[in-house]
Design a protein. Structure first.
Length: 166
């Protein structure tokens, strides 16, 4: 089956549920509502379109971050792969629409958010190492964290005081 990449804009309609698979992998999921709005010129007002409800599944580190950060009612952006599955029981059948998320974030057009960078354990074999991450510099991160705690703006200090070995 071909993968269908998708980006959703909507609202979390339930709190995140988290579980651990038999292999020890963390998975978090929540339901999300997506609907469109359009301006009706004849009524001179905004009209809500149909609402689509989807289940969003998040794995591993994303699952942990989503469990800490997402709550019912939060406006969200989700990107990932669309999965449509048929199901049936003895008396019912239907379709399940799910998204396997690769990224989840708050919709900043509808509010503000505070980001906290996750620190990885050095021995974590499920995640790429910090050394392989071109955007990671633990010395700079540590200096920035120290400056934040001391309420110091690093740009106000002379360059020789802020030098970090590369």
């Amino acid at each position: 089956m071909n993968e269908i990449p998708i980006t959703l804009v909507g609202t979390a309609v339930q709190d995140v549920r988290t579980s651990i698979t038999r292999t020890g992998t963390q998975v978090s999921s929540f339901r999300m509502a997506c609907n469109s709005r359009r301006f009706d010129k004849s009524a001179n007002s905004w009209v809500d379109g149909d609402t689509t409800y989807l289940t969003v599944n998040c794995w591993r580190t994303l699952a942990d971050s989503v469990a800490e950060s997402v709550h019912r009612g939060d406006p969200l952006l989700v990107t990932g792969r669309l999965k449509i599955r048929e199901w049936s029981t003895a008396d019912k059948s239907g379709l399940s629409v799910e998204v396997e998320a690769s990224a989840v974030g708050h919709d900043m057009s509808r509010g503000s958010s505070v980001f906290t960078k996750r620190r990885r354990d050095i021995g974590d074999v499920n995640e790429s190492s910090e050394a392989g991450d071109p955007w990671s510099n633990s010395e700079v991160d540590a200096l920035a964290e120290l400056a934040r705690a001391a309420k110091v703006d690093l740009s106000d200090l002379p360059d020789d005081m802020v030098q970090v070995a590369s």
